[in-house]
Write a protein that binds this ligand. Structure first.
Ligand code: NAD
Ligand code: ZN
Length: 352
């Protein structure tokens, strides 16, 4: 079992990574939330049957709220459903919510927990790889509005996170590979060798990513500095996702991140920050994780550049996290032209 501490302003919390760690959650919770009288579970249809046992907390049956699966549930309506249900169950500020599901579920349940009675405690039990290595850790919670993904949210740190790799055995292959996009990002940020990927177990990979995220969030809870490095590969990824109109069936976040990583390293080379060998090593890592870095054929490169220029995380500049001689850094003020040229060169590598 691995346990990683995230030190934040509200106190520190643990991310546990271990097979079957979910079994001890409600027992641990009695100590983690000593003043709580009630705990409730918020989960989704596709996950509920993976853990059908009745839970008890302080000798009482734990109530369970079932939401719609995936991105469709990340709305104001769901927040209203959750908070009304918490009120009907009589949850007080001292009580605790347990969110069990993918990143979409932990995002919306976390946001509801952030606002119900001005914030109650919640525990995340991520059931997707993307959730375990990224979404469930770090306190970013939120929902989508018609104008854009994740435009409404709050920083609200969980009381604990339980990553049980056992949940991942039922995850569709495509979600598994997409989750590897974030793991590959962590692997690259840590400067690990591509040849070591195949020797790592799934639990090792989750632990590597969790350790990195725990360390970076502890250093920079509110993304004022080093936390931005976790956006490696994400400038292009966000633009690709926007072009897919947030349609996860067309393009998963992790798939977009893989393309973003392959592109970022090429942009770094175009700017003279890294050499050919560094680019080849990145490609080898992406390959080892089974990730494709080929841009979708129907995407307009000019439109991608336009979207990147107005990315909310980029302050209307073209900003990328890029590797360089002194490690990774946030590089601002890159001209649209340079980025477009690099995108065209990237696409032409695949003969288009
Ligand atoms: N808060 C953050 O820091 C952060 C970071 C990254 C991503 N996110 C968010 O996370 C979401 C994406 O998360 P995701 O990739 O986990 O997708 P998801 O939550 O949409 O889950 C994908 C699908 O898999 C189902 N599922 C979940 N666990 C399963 C299991 N064990 N077996 C079978 N099916 C299962 C879900 O119900 C859903 O239908 C996005 O909304 C994104 O914005 C948040
Ligand atoms: Zn991401």
């Amino acid at each position: 079992m691995s346990r990683f501490e995230v030190a934040v302003s509200s106190g520190s919390y643990d991310v546990v990574v271990a097979r079957h760690c979910r079994q001890r959650l409600f027992t641990d919770l009695e100590l983690l939330a000593p003043h709580a009288k009630k705990a409730v579970v918020i989960t989704t249809n596709s996950v509920a049957h993976l853990w059908p046992e009745e839970f008890t907390f302080r000798g009482e049956r734990v109530e369970r709220l079932l939401l719609e699966d995936g991105e469709a549930a990340k709305t104001y309506d769901t927040v209203a459903t959750i908070t009304s249900q918490l009120a009907r169950w009589g949850l007080s500020r001292r009580d605790v919510v347990v969110a069990i599901g993918g990143g979409a579920l932990t995002d919306v349940a976390g946001f509801a927990a952030a606002t119900y009675m001005r914030g109650i405690s919640f525990v995340n039990v991520p059931t997707t790889l993307a959730g375990q290595v990224d979404a469930a850790i770090g306190g970013k919670t939120g929902i989508n509005i018609p104008e854009g993904k994740n435009l409404v949210g709050a920083f609200h740190q969980p009381l604990a996170v339980y990553c049980d790799p056992e949940f991942l055995t039922t995850l569709p292959e495509r979600d598994m590979v997409a989750g590897m996009g974030e793991v590959a990002k962590c692997w690259l940020l840590e400067g690990r060798d591509a040849t070591l990927v195949s020797a790592a177990s799934l639990e090792d990979l989750v632990a590597l990513a969790v350790a990195l995220k725990a360390r970076i969030v502890s250093a920079d809870e509110f993304e004022q500095g080093p936390r931005a490095l976790l956006n490696y590969g994400h400038t292009l990824a966000h633009a690709l996702e926007q072009q897919a109109f947030g349609d996860a069936a067309a393009l998963r976040h992790g798939e977009a991140v893989a393309m973003g990583l392959a592109f970022a390293v090429r942009l770094a080379r175009a700017l003279g920050r890294v050499d050919d060998a560094f680019v080849s090593e990145t490609d080898a890592v992406l390959n080892a994780f089974g990730l494709s870095s080929v841009l979708p054929g129907d995407v307009s490169l000019e439109v991608l550049v336009e979207i990147m220029a107005r990315d909310k995380k980029a302050n209307h500049d073209l900003t990328f996290v890029l590797p360089g001689a002194e490690g990774f850094a946030v590089v601002a003020g890159i001209s649209s032209d340079t980025v477009l040229q690099a995108l065209m060169a990237f696409r032409s590598e695949h003969g288009e």
